[in-house]
Design a protein around this ligand. Structure first.
Ligand SMILES: Nc1ncnc2c1ncn2[C@@H]1O[C@H](COP(=O)(O)OP(=O)(O)OP(=O)(O)O)[C@@H](O)[C@H]1O
Length: 236
């Protein structure tokens, strides 16, 4: 089957400053993969590259078989790829519903209502806060809206950049449950970028460790010692 994502030696960065220094990565449809790395390792830069927000400086990658070099960010989204960016994920002065609507551009009002109902079922608190400005929600509530918005258009591939940062364990558990349920029901492919080892160990089947823009190790969470290897990598 055509992979959801296949990267060959990709390079990217900011201007002529190379941050991603040659990464290979393959996600089959239905994979749940965690990219783990310390602050500044290049995780967000990799996500922005995959979403075609940053230009490719070298190498190539495909998204569901499509040559990404020929795609704009809008076309990436049209392929059924949703991401939840780490920085400035919301319009704080818009309501929860308006922010969710931004994750569902192109949907009819009726379709959108149906999708909102699905998201409210996942995160019931959202149903009581639809009219509230996002900027007034707590960090944990915003995280649930972030994940809800990414899942709203029923993406084939969802990319979540440190959505659990600073969250209480109870909310981290809820986010994991929702993702696992969507994965079970729709075989969604999930790429999470994280430093929270407990979160990814209970969610993903495979992981890749990145350091200075390179993939320095890959493995499976079922391998003995996987968690220790990741924790040691983050601590050194
Ligand atoms: N807009 C930018 N312009 C120039 N350099 C940048 C920019 N954004 C990030 N960088 C640099 O790119 C490198 C990788 O940053 P990136 O945000 O990808 O790391 P990260 O692994 O996501 O870290 P964190 O967990 O802290 O977000 C860092 O050295 C950072 O300073």
């Amino acid at each position: 089957m055509t992979p959801a994502l296949e990267c060959h030696n990709i390079r990217s960065g900011y201007g002529d400053m190379e941050i991603i220094a040659g990464i290979d990565l393959k996600l089959d449809v239905g994979d749940i993969y965690a990219i783990v790395g310390k602050n500044g390792a290049g995780k967000t830069t990799l996500v922005k590259t995959i979403m075609r927000v940053l230009p490719l400086l070298g190498g190539s990658f495909t998204l569901f078989g499509n040559d990404a070099a020929k795609l704009s960010t809008n076309q990436v989204v049209s392929l059924g790829i949703a991401s939840s960016p780490q920085d400035r994920p919301f319009f704080n002065d818009l309501s929860v519903e308006e922010n969710l609507r931004l994750g569902a551009l192109g949907q009819s009002r009726q379709q959108f209502r149906g999708e909102i109902d699905r998201i409210v079922e996942m995160f019931p608190f959202i149903g009581q806060r639809l009219a509230q400005k996002v900027g007034t929600l707590s960090g944990g509530e915003q995280a649930m809206v972030k994940v809800g918005r990414a899942l709203l258009p029923k993406p084939r591939l969802v990319i979540l950049d440190e959505v659990t940062e600073g969250l209480q364990p109870m909310i981290v558990d809820r986010v994991r449950e929702v993702l696992l349920r969507d994965h079970k029901e729709r075989s969604i492919t999930i790429l999470v970028v994280e430093q929270n080892v407990d979160f990814v160990a209970g969610l993903a089947s495979r992981y890749g460790l990145i350091e200075r823009g390179c993939m320095v190790a890959e493995g499976r969470f079922s391998d003995s010692g996987a968690r220790k290897r990741i924790t040691d990598h983050l601590l050194v």
